[in-house]
Design a protein around this ligand. Structure first.
Ligand SMILES: [Zn+2]
Length: 164
């Protein structure tokens, strides 16, 4: 796992690149020490794989993030899958945006679309499940996974708004 920290006026943005596995506890401890803001946003668009050891370490490491509010942005399919499977995984963090990949059969292009999670989860799910007009050829691009179903589950668990 590599990570890149970017300080913004009101938040520390941490891009996570690679696998969430046995090395994540160490990375999260380093991030916590380095972050200047008390609001940390994890950019989850470049997570490649999440395994059970990684999830267990994540949940343990987050107990040290006291006095810090954290969120997840640009959550990809790997992240959403893990969050659906393990309800405790996102911990106290909330999901502020998700990504959906669409594949256009006629021209073979893949487009990644970012959806903010500020509305209701059912609308988000319906939006994510519908085909989109391909930007390249005008054909019908289909979502590459059933990620929309996951959005409904996470919405029911109140993952899309700040938690108490
Ligand atoms: Zn196309």
């Amino acid at each position: 796992m590599e990570h890149r920290i970017q300080e913004q006026p009101d938040r520390t943005v941490v891009e996570l690149i690679g696998d969430i596995d046995g090395g994540i506890a160490q990375a999260l401890a380093a991030i916590r020490t380095a972050a200047k803001s008390r609001t940390i946003v994890f950019d989850c668009s470049r997570i490649t794989r999440i395994n059970s050891v990684g999830i267990a370490q994540w949940m343990g490491a987050m107990k040290q993030y006291t006095g810090t509010s954290y969120r997840y942005a640009f959550c990809n399919e790997q992240f959403i899958d893990a969050a659906v499977m393990i309800p405790q995984f996102p911990c106290e963090g909330w999901i502020e945006s998700v990504t959906v990949d669409y594949h256009c059969e006629p021209c073979g292009s893949v487009e990644r679309v970012v959806y903010p999670c500020d509305g209701d989860a059912e609308t988000l799910a319906a939006q994510a499940e519908e085909p989109r007009t391909c930007a390249k050829c005008g054909g019908a691009a289909e979502p590459m996974s059933d990620i929309g179903v996951g959005f409904e589950t996470l919405g029911e668990r109140a993952c899309f708004r700040p938690r108490r």
